[in-house]
Design a protein. Structure first.
Length: 94
């Protein structure tokens, strides 16, 4: 929530991409979810793709450089930490 305070106080009408700064494909994120689900929760899952190609056409083309340059903010955690928190919340509420 720290970044929200910075943006509201200093740049209330600008649009920023808030991300970890790393480019991850949907396939990479799905594999990360699978690994954390198995390692931390003992849950197996399977990724189903509609294409037989390993590379999916949805590579992100967005960057958080504008936010980093204008506010000096940097992400405090890795994407795996956020995925693990999401899975914990899901497991708790299902």
């Amino acid at each position: 929530m720290y970044i929200l305070k910075i943006l509201i106080n200093s740049q209330p009408k600008k649009i920023y991409n808030v991300s970890t700064g790393n480019v991850n494909s949907i396939y990479d994120i799905a594999n990360t979810v699978n690994k954390i689900a198995l390692d931390k929760f003992g849950k197996k899952s399977k990724i189903l793709k509609t294409s037989t190609l390993m590379k999916l056409p949805n590579s992100p083309k967005i960057s958080s450089n504008k936010l980093l340059e204008e506010t000096n903010w940097k992400p405090s955690q890795k994407i795996t930490n956020y995925i693990e928190k999401m899975l914990k919340t899901f497991a708790k509420n299902s």
